[in-house]
Design a protein around this ligand. Sequence first.
Ligand SMILES: NC(=O)c1ccc[n+]([C@@H]2O[C@H](COP(=O)([O-])OP(=O)(O)OC[C@H]3O[C@@H](n4cnc5c(N)ncnc54)[C@H](OP(=O)(O)O)[C@@H]3O)[C@@H](O)[C@H]2O)c1
Length: 293
Amino acid sequence: MTLPPPAQGPAPGPSTAPVPRIALRGGGTVPQIGAGTYKIPPERTRDIVRDALDVGYRHVDTAEMYGNEREVGEAVRASGLDRADVFVTSKLDNPYLEPDDARAAFERTLADLDLGYVDLFLVHWPLPTVSDYVARWRVLEEAYASGRAKAIGVSNFTVRHLERLLAEADVPPAVNQIEVQPYLVQDELRSFHARHGIVTEAWSPLARGQVLDDPVVVQVAASHGRTPAQVVVRWHLQRGDVVIPKASSRDRLAENADVLDFTLGEHEMAAITGLDAGRRTGTADPETFTGGH
Ligand SMILES: NC(=O)c1ccc[n+]([C@@H]2O[C@H](COP(=O)([O-])OP(=O)(O)OC[C@H]3O[C@@H](n4cnc5c(N)ncnc54)[C@H](OP(=O)(O)O)[C@@H]3O)[C@@H](O)[C@H]2O)c1
């Protein structure tokens, strides 16, 4: 397809602009670009998170499920950065359906990270067929009330799950972390979030690399002299979502965050959004996923 010429902008080059931050319900802000750590083995995590912080990331996304919380915490502590300057997210893993087990899991996350508190703690999956996600949410509300989770949210919740949670919760979720990428643009769920003050965080934002050789993305990238990954990260930013691409090398980490000095035009944004095919990269369906139970 042929796209209109790109919007004019400054020449490409390393950006010195700060990463925008998005306000979270209940206070605080989250940097709009974070470093994902799923499938980064613990023995590589310290170096990769050190590189991420070194090239300018101030937001790291981990989870008990990823098996690398301890190493994420070590890298943050070793960075010399002020604790308040790094935003760390972790998640309640699927085995812990009972409140006491969920409480113990939160304590374990805090101990493994060893950062004093976690900036954002999420229910990793709703598991609606095997658990009462509102009962698990109550444990996150306790964590928030204690000040040891500065913000709380959910992940992989659908509109149906959010409606029930919003009706029953004392503290509404600040965030829903869901799969969003050009083949799964999630606009219905994203507008529900917008109407209810919930920030959308995009996981697998690059569709695990699958979208990087899409002809539309490649063409937009070429017309800006940028890489496909940069164009996709930029598309997420301009949609207003938080984006947490995962990369395993310092060069790719830097590349994915070097997106603040160009702008996609309206037609380019629409062309990328038009790639939507309702196609998940992840295999689990939030309505039916049981988390192994
Ligand atoms: N809440 C949830 O249920 C959930 C589920 C999935 C993911 N997440 C979070 O979201 C993060 C991101 O998702 P993801 O890891 O699934 O997928 P992703 O970020 O969409 O894609 C990661 C893949 O893209 C490659 N890549 C990264 N930058 C690249 C570049 N500049 N050029 C070419 N290839 C590049 C990576 O390769 P290399 O690693 O080899 O560099 C890796 O194979 C996760 O790490 C995790 O923190 C959350």
